[in-house]
Design a protein around this ligand. Structure first.
Ligand code: GDP
Ligand code: MG
Length: 162
């Protein structure tokens, strides 16, 4: 039987995460390519940016909102009464969207949202500055924060019963 070397707590200066005992929890979120990204064939270029940021793909699926009005209204619930919603809904129903569940270390989602940029105005140097056509057709949705991420992961990738 292998004898484990006893290391008194006071001498063990290596932090727990460096000993691989406790890894900080990963964040998971939704990155969704909107219909314009698929139509214009820019998915690969944007996905490469996210992969280069070291984010991992956990799950993926194609969603067509024209076939699922309820899902669209749930996803954009906070915008249902906004003047731009009809144009947004028409755009989102104009073709398939590609939805990814992604994962990365703590802070990943905030980094990606900064890299994505807001829809109006679109900040220079962001993914939307490079690829969006306007405030509506802006190629990529990313969960807005960790609370939204949890809701969206549950909505798009509900746990399958064993
Ligand atoms: P996001 O989280 O950065 O995608 O932005 P929001 O949650 O505020 O809005 C959801 C989506 O609605 C955006 O990605 C755009 O497609 C659209 N949108 C938001 N604000 C505007 C706006 O002021 N005008 C128009 N035309 N579309 C908007
Ligand atoms: Mg949002």
């Amino acid at each position: 039987m292998a004898v484990k070397k006893f290391i008194p707590q006071s001498e063990n200066k290596v932090p727990a995460f460096a000993q691989n005992k406790a890894k900080p929890a990963e964040e998971t979120w939704i990155s969704m390519f909107k219909p314009d990204a698929l139509k214009r064939a820019i998915v690969g270029r944007i996905l490469t940016i996210m992969e280069d940021m070291n984010f991992k793909i956990v799950d993926a699926k194609v969603v067509h909102f024209k076939d699922d009005k309820k899902l669209l209204e749930q996803h954009y619930e906070e915008h249902l009464q906004k003047p731009f919603f009809p144009a947004l809904a028409n755009f989102m129903k104009s073709g398939p969207s590609l939805v990814f569940k992604m994962a990365g270390p703590p802070g990943s989602l905030a980094r990606l949202r900064d890299m994505l940029g807001t829809s109006k105005p679109i900040p220079p140097g962001t993914i939307r500055a490079q690829f969006a056509q306007d405030a509506t057709e802006n190629c990529l949705h990313v969960s807005g924060n960790l609370k939204e991420a949890k809701e969206e992961v549950a909505r798009f990738f509900p746990q399958k019963k064993a």
